[in-house]
Write a new protein. Structure first.
Length: 131
């Protein structure tokens, strides 16, 4: 019941407006979260390094959620991790932020999950071909 209540609350007009306002802020470059804790950035680096030493490539993915400031993004920008697929850009991926595809601020509906999964698969194959 908690999930259904959360989704019902997300559908309230005032919550939908708050979500649209947040998306507009992101589109305009406002409203970003605080930078992640350095310990989390370092954790991303260590994971990438350990797996690379075992000949395993780690693929970091940012989600199209109502939060930003991913430690993987910061680690990638600093050159500490090799591969990152980013979906936190509302301008580049507007469909992933469409309220009709959202269960709530952070989660997709079943259809949203299908769209997101197809996008990840396409991008993964493209980046694999580039290597």
């Amino acid at each position: 019941a908690r999930g259904a209540e959360r989704h019902d609350r997300f559908l309230l007009p005032e919550v939908q407006q708050r979500y649209r306002d947040q998306i507009a802020d992101w589109r305009d470059g406002r409203g970003w979260a605080e930078p992640p804790a350095e310990v989390l950035v370092e954790h991303c680096r260590r994971m990438d390094e350990r797996l690379a030493s075992a000949s395993v490539q780690l693929l970091f993915v940012t989600l199209a959620g109502a939060y930003h400031g991913s430690p993987a993004v910061v680690a990638h920008e600093r050159g500490l991790v090799d591969t990152l697929l980013r979906y936190d850009d509302v301008v580049r991926f507007p469909d992933l932020f469409d309220p009709r595809l959202r269960f709530d601020f952070r989660h997709f509906t079943r259809e949203g999950a299908r769209v997101f999964t197809a996008q990840i698969a396409e991008d993964f194959l493209r980046q694999a071909d580039e290597r």
